[in-house]
Design a protein around this ligand. Structure first.
Ligand SMILES: CC(C)(COP(=O)(O)OP(=O)(O)OC[C@H]1O[C@@H](n2cnc3c(N)ncnc32)[C@H](O)[C@@H]1OP(=O)(O)O)[C@@H](O)C(=O)NCCC(=O)NCCS
Length: 406
């Protein structure tokens, strides 16, 4: 077999999308290909070829990620697939190796992705950095302890009317929540793509915007699935995305969703792990939440990544990083950091903590504790107290959350 991994040509973008969708078991429709091409950067798309045949794919989408106390470029890894005819022969491994080298050469300190299966990316140094919750509650059990009483109003708008308000609300929320990614106009178009065959019998999206005293500060995108049983309404509201920049917007938007008539259940596809909705409910156990892994992060340049975020408290640490897949990251790095900034560089000093690259990725956004990883035998302490020190420095509030899959 004559296998080769190389960047695609611009003329192969369409074939690239059809190839990757095929690896997911899909025959994409023309409008789906068009939607993928909105965000594809052909010069950052790699393919594996068997002779002239495209048999594997992996793309980078240039993104900007909110990190604790700041914002940094992130290589968004997407469109990863290997044709069923060529699996388990190391093609993904070759694509990942080449892609991480390219990302490193490009100067991005972080790569991130949503994984189709959680078994795939740990071996390439990715760690589970952000969580989402699939939530559901019966409408009859959704009463608040204190009903929302803010002065704002919720407006139900069509997509084009809602878009400027949603963009404004998203921009307000963006700097405060690690894991959120900046959304350009094309990304909004990508995210709002809503073909009928993907709705599973539910309505097209509805858009409700909250306007507070300072203007649009939150929104919810949801759909309704209508259902009747012997004359009784049994509908479902599914929240596709909710962003609330203020506590008033949060309370008003949830209360709005709980108030939709002809509905017995409210579901939300991806709520933050620390979403305060639980604490608003009078009967909180009724909100059932299943956690899933959303953003996986890969530290591509250790000292650069460490210096690009802020830390909860002042402190210093020497981290020994184990990273056989990206050997340029291996070794010891000193971190001197605090709420105002951080510096990091290679050092010969003795290590305080020994950590694998993937576990550093997991802790990077402040949502995973070194202590939990140590309890699972994944991180080890070389200096007494280092794990506690690292957790005090790295942990962050609010918890990381990523609004959309890519
Ligand atoms: C996931 C996928 C890209 C893997 O491609 P591949 O070329 O078969 O992967 P490799 O041969 O490089 O595998 C590397 C290692 O990962 C393991 N692995 C890879 N994918 C795996 C999976 N889905 N389940 C279990 N193990 C997997 C391999 O067994 C191999 O392990 P080893 O080194 O111990 O032998 C391919 O199975 C695929 O296209 N799946 C469907 C689409 C998809 O899920 N894409 C990922 C999107 S996030």
């Amino acid at each position: 077999m004559d296998l080769d991994v190389r960047p695609i040509t611009p003329g192969e973008a369409d074939l690239f999308v059809r190839t990757v969708e095929g690896t997911f078991g899909d025959h994409p429709r023309p409008e789906e290909i068009e939607n993928e091409l909105l965000v594809l950067e052909p010069d950052r798309a790699l393919a594996a070829y068997d002779g002239s045949e495209m048999v594997g794919t992996a793309a980078v989408l240039s993104m900007s990620l909110t990190v604790p106390g700041g914002r940094t470029p992130m290589a968004g890894v997407s469109d990863v697939g290997v044709s069923p005819t060529h699996r388990r022969r190391g093609l993904l491994t070759e694509l990942m190796r080449r892609q991480l080298q390219d990302i490193h050469d490009q100067g991005e300190a972080l790569a991130g992705l949503w994984a189709s299966e959680s078994l795939i990316y740990g071996r390439f140094g990715y760690g589970w950095a952000a969580f989402g919750g699939d939530a559901r509650i019966e409408r009859a059990r959704s009463g608040f302890v204190d009903p929302a009483t803010g002065d704002g109003r919720v407006r139900l708008l069509d997509r084009d009317q809602a878009l400027p308000a949603m963009r404004a609300a998203y921009e307000r929320a963006l700097p405060g929540r690690p894991g959120m990614m900046a959304r350009s106009e094309v990304w909004w178009d990508y995210v709002l793509f809503d073909p009928e065959h993907r709705r599973d019998g539910a309505s097209a999206s509805f858009f409700a915007v909250h306007e507070g005293s300072g203007g649009a500060d939150g929104y919810v995108i949801y759909r309704i699935k209508r259902s009747w049983d012997e004359g009784f309404p049994q509908g479902t509201v599914t929240i596709e995305e909710m962003v609330a920049g203020t506590p008033e917007a949060h309370a008003a938007l949830w209360q709005y969703c709980f108030g939709v008539d002809l509905v017995t259940e409210i579901r939300a596809f991806n709520i933050p792990v620390d979403d305060p909705i639980r604490w608003r409910l009078a009967d909180p156990r009724r909100l059932r939440v299943t956690l899933f892994d959303s953003l996986w992060l890969r530290v591509v340049d250790v000292p650069k990544a460490l210096a690009e975020r802020r830390y909860a408290v002042e402190g210093s640490l020497v981290l020994e990083v184990v990273d056989p897949f990206c050997p340029w990251n291996e070794g010891r790095f000193e971190l001197r950091a605090g709420p105002e900034g951080a510096v990091s560089s290679r050092t010969e000093a003795a290590a305080d903590l020994v950590v694998r690259a993937g576990d550093l990725g997991a802790t990077y956004l402040g949502g995973v504790r070194f202590a939990d990883l140590a309890a699972a035998g994944r991180v080890s302490e070389a200096t007494a107290g280092a794990i506690g020190r690292a957790d005090a420095m790295f942990s962050w509030s609010p918890a990381p959350w990523t609004a959309h899959d890519f």
